[in-house]
Design a protein around this ligand. Structure first.
Ligand code: RI2
Length: 314
């Protein structure tokens, strides 16, 4: 199996998951594909790269880091196959390194907002959110964590594992216990799958409940998001598609057979309105959600859209 197909399959079945990791894996897959295509025809090369782009694009619909990464890597203009290949490889390498650096930078910026003694609630597993918590802890701040299980796929276990390995005191709670524990919390820190032009957050289903409980308890709600998690297409009026996953993640097939008329809904993400967000921590700095427009137009730029619309390699 090619690296491309293997990566696409792993993203789909969530062996590779987390918006940032998906983006880096997709960039790497495009790079490997570019390296393995054997042809002297630039048209054929472009067509095969476009097919690779489409395969990766179709894996999961919500995390905008995926199409953003794909477009960044596919931003090439070449007169020959070797030139095209060189540009794609360089684009992918640059993206992967800058993505990893962004997560570290977010950690440093966000950590300044946490005080020694703080209890931080987080949801699901986000590398960017974990980076903030770990950085604060490594700076000697006495931080403790409350982590939700995050049904149905229990990504909370990944968070718990990271925190345990780092020696950070952590309590695992049921998703439904979020409001019960909010009064003990000093800040909520979560990741992002997508941020819309008006500053709304799309993240793991249940995130919006944390935001409501935080608002009620006057607890700051902080989002950790690299700039490639902001969605340029929302500037064009498009909505972010919420992924609906297999009902079997929620209810076993046996139980589904027992209640043949039962519907099981399994949206993987939900939307947190910008008014519940105190700050979005990006690699460029801590910004209010209202600055999403600026990130999309000034930092991501329209050329991302242009390369998608005008065809790649031209
Ligand atoms: P990082 C994850 O989605 C979670 O919703 C998490 O908050 C978000 O991606 C960002 O993760 P999923 O792939 O990029 O588990 O910060 O569905 O790691």
């Amino acid at each position: 199996m090619t690296v491309l197909q293997e990566t696409a399959d792993k993203i789909k079945n969530m062996e590779i998951r987390g918006a940032g990791r998906i983006a880096r894996a997709a960039a790497l897959a495009l790079k490997e594909e570019a390296k393995t295509i054997e042809t002297d025809s630039l048209d054929e090369f472009n067509a095969r790269m476009k097919a690779a782009y489409n395969t990766l694009y179709a894996t999961r619909p919500t995390a905008v880091s995926l199409p953003n990464a794909l477009r960044i890597v596919m931003r090439y203009k070449a007169a020959s196959v070797s030139e095209a290949r060189g540009q794609i490889v360089a684009n992918a390498d640059t993206f992967i390194v800058s993505s990893e650096n962004s997560v570290k930078k977010i950690g440093e910026i966000g950590a300044r907002r946490l005080r020694s003694g703080d209890t931080i609630m987080t949801h699901c597993n986000s590398s960017a959110a974990a980076s903030i918590i770990q950085t604060a802890f490594s700076h000697g701040k006495k931080i403790s964590v409350i982590a939700t299980e995050t049904r149905p796929r229990m990504q909370g276990y990944v968070t718990v594992d990271i925190m345990q390995k780092a020696g950070i005191p952590t309590t695992l709670i049921l998703d439904s216990a979020v409001r019960y524990f909010m009064k003990k919390v000093d800040a909520v820190v979560v990741g992002a799958d997508a941020i819309t032009v008006n500053g709304n957050l799309i993240n793991k289903v249940g995130t919006s409940q944390l935001s409501l409980a935080a608002q009620e308890a006057r607890v700051p709600f902080i989002v950790a998001a690299e700039t490639y998690k902001f969605s340029p297409r929302t500037l064009l009026g498009e909505m972010v598609e919420i992924e609906e996953r297999d009902p079997a993640e929620v209810l076993s097939l046996d139980m589904q057979k027992k209640w043949p008329n039962l519907k099981v809904a399994n949206p993987a993400f939900d939307i947190t309105p910008h008014r519940y967000i105190d700050m979005i921590c990006t690699e460029l700095g801590a910004i209010p959600p209202e600055m999403a427009y600026w990130i999309i137009t000034e930092k991501l730029g329209w050329e991302i859209e242009d390369s998608a619309e005008n065809g790649f390699g031209k």
